[in-house]
Design a protein around this ligand. Structure first.
Ligand code: 13P
Ligand code: SF4
Length: 437
């Protein structure tokens, strides 16, 4: 099985041309440019002074001005061969021993995952960070919100490092604290702040793990909680025990898919557009709302379609289709099952007979599953190779750089969540860690 790097380079000229056409038409698309070193984007961004997510599914998403950018890394890392980077990463890891722990999200490229002490979904990695209190440095090969979470849950003497600061998440950036606060004030005007006869508050804010620390703090301070894709149903139940309705951000799809599976009618799930008054809803609609869904989405998972599922079923009779709940509702409904990255991994691992799986999630993870389980036929529902462009910003060159700096006693690219935000965010995260089905 070729790595995503190699696969991207194998895109045909026609595909590259059609990608360029879609880009010109303003559509989100993939690009062969992804195969180059991410430092080229980092440098281009620095020169333009405008942050961007880089080529990939989220290329058409607007990065807020506050999105962190990555400065230049020393030329020796950009110029190093794969073999040299491998030797240097292993040597630095060896020199650091238990002082450093490397966490790798399932969506990271193989070239990075192979150095990780823990590989997992965002929930597992949040817990993994807690199991290594002796490590002085947590190197998070994932995206910014995950590193922030690790900083919140880790001890004061631990430094959390994100090898490339430009590894953000376009979905997380779709809800910012000012817009959420503004929404909250409008909801308070409609619902008031007093609990009902059963002691349930008018609204409970629930934020997906894929959000800034400031939003997690907001939830902590307003009786709310964090969820991940592996515990969203448990968390919504927790919220409904304490509130009459839920404000769910930033991912409308995870919110809708989870609430729908719990029996909440679609007409009681209005969408909140932060650029419109009352989120674009009437007061009457909001009065009836059970879950108010923020208008955010993941550009990677938005690519999956019912037509792709139909084609997979036609081409591979008996295929099992599994998708991530960040996919649109119609796609989740048409699939055989939906769940977090860990759910997908477990479903494949549990198959005792050779099975054909069509999977709707990020390509690095799908390719890795295909390599790990050669007895099965495993392919990505989306025929165009389109990794999460921000996850993709973590390249072994950055990992080598942060590790070697650590060996020299220097901490670079530390993610620090300020104390006031930490407090509230920790409350919301601890509620999540304590919420059990
Ligand atoms: P998981 O919580 O399943 O790891 O997913 C995180 C993510 O970013 C999915 O797009
Ligand atoms: Fe964010 Fe989507 Fe990438 Fe996950 S896959 S990190 S939600 S942009």
């Amino acid at each position: 099985m070729s790595s995503v790097n190699a696969t991207i380079q194998l895109l045909t000229r026609e595909q590259a041309e059609s990608a360029a056409l879609s880009r010109a038409a303003g559509q989100s698309t993939c690009s062969t440019e992804l195969a180059s070193g991410p430092w080229e984007y980092d440098a281009a961004e620095a020169a333009r002074g405008v942050p961007a997510y880089g080529p990939g599914a989220s290329s058409a998403d607007i990065a807020p001005a506050s999105t962190p950018r990555q400065g230049e890394i020393p030329a020796e890392y950009k110029q190093a061969s794969d073999a040299e980077l491998d030797r240097r990463i292993l040597a630095a890891k060896e020199a650091l021993g238990d002082r450093a722990v490397i966490l790798g999200h399932f969506y990271q490229r193989d070239e990075v995952v192979k150095y990780a002490d823990f590989v997992g979904d965002s929930f597992q990695l949040a817990n993994a960070a807690l199991t290594r209190p002796e490590a002085e440095a947590i190197i998070f090969c994932g995206v910014h919100f995950m590193a922030e979470t690790a900083d919140i849950l880790s001890t004061d003497r631990q430094a959390v490092i994100l090898p490339n600061l430009a590894a953000g998440c376009s979905m997380a950036d779709m809800a910012d604290i000012d817009s959420v606060q503004d929404c909250w004030e409008q909801l308070e005007e409609i619902y008031g702040t007093a609990p009902d006869a059963d002691g349930r508050l008018p609204v409970i804010p629930v934020t997906y793990m894929n959000s800034s620390a400031a939003l997690k703090a907001f939830c902590g301070e307003h009786g709310g909680i964090v969820c991940t894709s592996s515990n969203a149903a448990t968390v919504l139940e927790w919220a409904f025990e304490r509130g009459q309705r839920v404000l769910f951000f930033p991912d409308q799809h995870l919110g809708r898919n989870t609430a729908k599976a719990m029996g909440v009618p679609l007409e009681h799930m209005p969408l909140w557009n932060p650029r419109k008054d009352l989120g674009g809803n009437s007061e009457a609609t909001l009065e009836e709302a059970e879950v108010i869904l923020w208008q955010g989405f993941c550009s990677v998972h938005k690519r999956f379609t019912v037509a792709q599922i139909e084609k997979a079923r036609q081409d591979h009779p008996g295929v099992t289709v599994i998708v991530h709940p960040e996919c649109p509702m119609e796609v989740v409904d048409a699939a055989d099952s939906a769940g977090s990255t860990d759910h997908i991994r477990k479903a494949v691992a549990a198959a005792t007979e050779p099975t054909t799986f069509a999977i709707g999630t990020e390509i690095n993870m799908v390719n890795r599953l295909a390599a790990e389980y050669p007895q099965h036929t495993i392919f990505c529902l989306d025929p165009v190779i389109c990794p999460c462009s921000t996850m993709y910003r973590i390249h072994p060159a950055y990992l080598a750089w942060v590790l070697e700096e650590l060996v020299q006693g220097r901490v670079v690219n530390q993610i620090v969540v300020d104390d006031a935000v930490q407090q509230g965010a920790r409350v919301a995260l601890e509620r999540m860690l304590a919420a059990r089905p």
